[in-house]
Write a protein that binds this ligand. Sequence first.
Ligand code: TNX
Length: 555
Amino acid sequence: MSTTPSPLPTATPAASPVSLPAVEPDAATLARAAERAAREALAPPAPHRLADVVPAPRQVQPDPTGDWTLPAEAVIVASADPAALAVAEQLAELLRPATGYPLPVTDAAAPAPADGIALVLDQTAAALGPEGYRLDITTTGVRVTAGTATGLFHGVQTLRQLLPAAIESPVPVTERWTLPGGTITDAPRFPYRGVMLDVARHFFAVEDVLRVVDHLARYKINHLHLHLTDDQGWRIAVDSWPALSAVGGATEVGGGPGGHYTKADYRRIVSYAADRHVTVVPEIDLPGHTNAALVAYPELAPDKVAPPPYTGTEVGFSYVDPTDERTYDFVSDVLREVAALTPGPWLHIGGDEAFKVKGEVYTGFVERVQRIVADLGKTVVGWHQLAPAGHVDGRVLQWWGTGDGADQVTADAVRRGARLIVSPGNRAYLDMKYAPDTPIGLDWAGLVDVRTAYDWDPGAHVADVPDTAVLGVEAPLWTETVTSLAEIEFMLLPRLPAIAELGWSPRATHDWSGFRDRLAGHGPRWATAGIAFHRAPEIPWPVAPTIPGQRPATP
Ligand code: TNX
């Protein structure tokens, strides 16, 4: 499969001469003539191919006679339902900046395209599942049909990718907004597709997190796991233990000022994510990775002495005292407050690298904390080190091994009822370097280039675990070496779309060379939108983006 290189937009590409009328024309006539000439001078309408979508859709039926060009007077009409109308407004907001078209949003009992775009919430589309959609592009316009607003939202992301890359421009550009005709029918392979952002090693402002959510939404990733606490910082306000954030939040790796989210900040992230059909999964890492909590409350430390604040990058040295009842008051209070702020079903309790809490003391601690989560009405998630502990209803283990997937302890936990989120360190860890010379990142789990991130199967990765027990896939971004939004983007892109495709697309569509070519078309999109990314040499990027005033593609 190959992608037609999309020429980058220029605002004034008046290449062919404008023939002037005999009489002195007025300014408006001149402008119109110039605009017409500019449009004609553009590359011929080469709409994207209908199959040029990441993640690859379940079913694509192109119809070359059905291409449609968005007219300036197009209207977006949605079913008379607040959630459908919200998606219609989001679509309009995506399309208005680059097109400069007004794109008014209206509702109708039975929305029809009428040379515009219709978003149809239709219960009979329930067969597409809670996230599926159907996209029809014909000469009369575009129709997205789904049983849920989430399905409509995913359909809108597909629609966006089928427009020329210039649609990402924040300012109006002259372009023919042609979409390729045909029908896409789509639904995800796995219900859970996630990215983890470590806001503990380095703290990131709310605005940065919101921008990460935007990137997830583009690729139909529906969970944002926030690693909120670690040795180097406690990032979420807890009213009943205020020093956690006030004292424990004031540090980060390398000695910077750190920071924390107030409850209002956290609610803002949760609601921004929910508006983009992304569920936040908060993690409070226990019983290890707790130095910041011990600095704030030495009573939780095994020796009751406050350790010095920690700004290095070692792991495994800290833990809350599992033999002290006060520790369980702390855990209950924190999890209760975090659960109350979190509408999603999940609470992640960490559990990794608690090297100093061993054997039955560790499993006893985990079993008590799992019970606390269940009593709060939430579903417990933890790193796969939780596996030996007893089962609790719905329990989910996040597997982050690096080997060939042999792990009998985890397989046994699955036989006892656990489900898995798969995050192999040597495949899905987006804090790993791409190559030996990548300027940031770690390499303890190996180098993860784009092909390595793409070429594996989450449904078959962990030995003796059937794909029916796999809830989905997640790409963690640990931030020991990642200090800014541009660096986050550099590590996420272009690997995030690889993981997104593993989580969403049917296995039958898996094909590295096809993926590589589809992915290539996203470079100009990110460049046009001012998003940093790694120009991975494996990907045949179409053209070097040169938009004036744009941020560089590398940190
Ligand atoms: C292991 S993965 C960790 C983290 C580190 C990461 C760095 C996991 C559950 N624990 O504490 O940040 O490696 O790659």
